[in-house]
Design a protein. Sequence first.
Length: 423
Amino acid sequence: MDVLLDNVSIDLRNLLFEIAIALDAVGVDDIQHGYRVAYMAYQCSKKMGWEEEFSQVSFALGLLHDCGVSQPKERASLFAAMQPDNAQAHCDKGYQLLKACPPLSGLALPVLYHHTEWRTLAQETRPSTNDKKLASLIFICDRVDFLYLGSTLDQFGNLTKNDKNLIIDELAEYSGSLFEPSLVTCMSELINSDDFWFSMQPEYIETLASRFPSVPFFAAQMGLEDSISVAELFAEIVDTKSPFTSQHSRKVAALSAFLGKKLGFSTKAQRMLYLAGLVHDIGKLKTPSVVLHKPTDLTKEEYACIKRHATDTRHALMNIFRSSQIVDWAANHHERLDGSGYPLGKTAKDIDLPSRIIAVADVFQALTQSRPYRDGLKMSEAMPIIRALVEAGKLDKAVFECLRAHGQHCFEISTDYVEEASV
């Protein structure tokens, strides 16, 4: 069994923006830190006279630089002091994540060193000259944003001349020790410009990026396998938000691919199912943690927050993927055949088989995964629950029968740590 398949590719620039938004969702509400660091890095690169592609790479790095942040406390600690304690931990994790993602692996070393003092980084032999330039640039931009967030804005929300001078003085104090001296000089000139700060709005930054000249880094076409590599990075960020659902996205992906194989889908369709499974929950990044982690029954208002994640997933994926199939398969995972699902209340005629596969995989994985407040269900306990949903006309019977026929293997996929997808 198979379907007519799209050619899968992603918009790398939009993906990086979505990752930056996702990173802000780990413990800090909507501060656009990644946006601002990316903007400052690009502006400083251009003022330094660096080439356009290198400047755009610095912009990408600014959006991604905190990809190793995993917990709210860790995120908050990075804004507690100019030299935060244990900052290297998220640099190490970010390095590992990017190193494992071929399309973005060239950014791994700058992320590893982006909290390294200049006097130490200058003596390092592992990173290249360009890696050092990028790491030191992101470090100073990151710390300027820290100082900016600690400033007292005027009644109209603008940075005062006095606060600009305080930031410049702070950079000067650490020139040659924490920060590379020429970057201090360049950044200080930018800080004195009103337009530099006035332009630091999310919508202006997105417009700036949309008008970047074409360069190889962003022009390179990412096919299905590269898209999967980047989606695995994104899935790691999604699952990090909730320790209750660690590895959920990868396991739903692996289950969906396995069920697709057993139902006769081609290898390409199996990989697309895996990709859709990886990104099916990215909308949860906008779900308040207090709701996402609640171990007791949800109120109507809280349940509305939960339902919204499917809509947020759809819009985020529409911004990233050029394949409508990946968007639909992922965003449909809470739709039900009888029209009782959400967010659109689709019925059987509007829910294709790949969407039905991901819906069954999502329910099965959620039931069998252990949470801090309860153990995962045994297969003998989970199957009757899913059967009841099938008999009620909510989930697909053929997909359920495939799940039941291969129940033990599916249970092992769902409950074991997933390193790779096997299709």
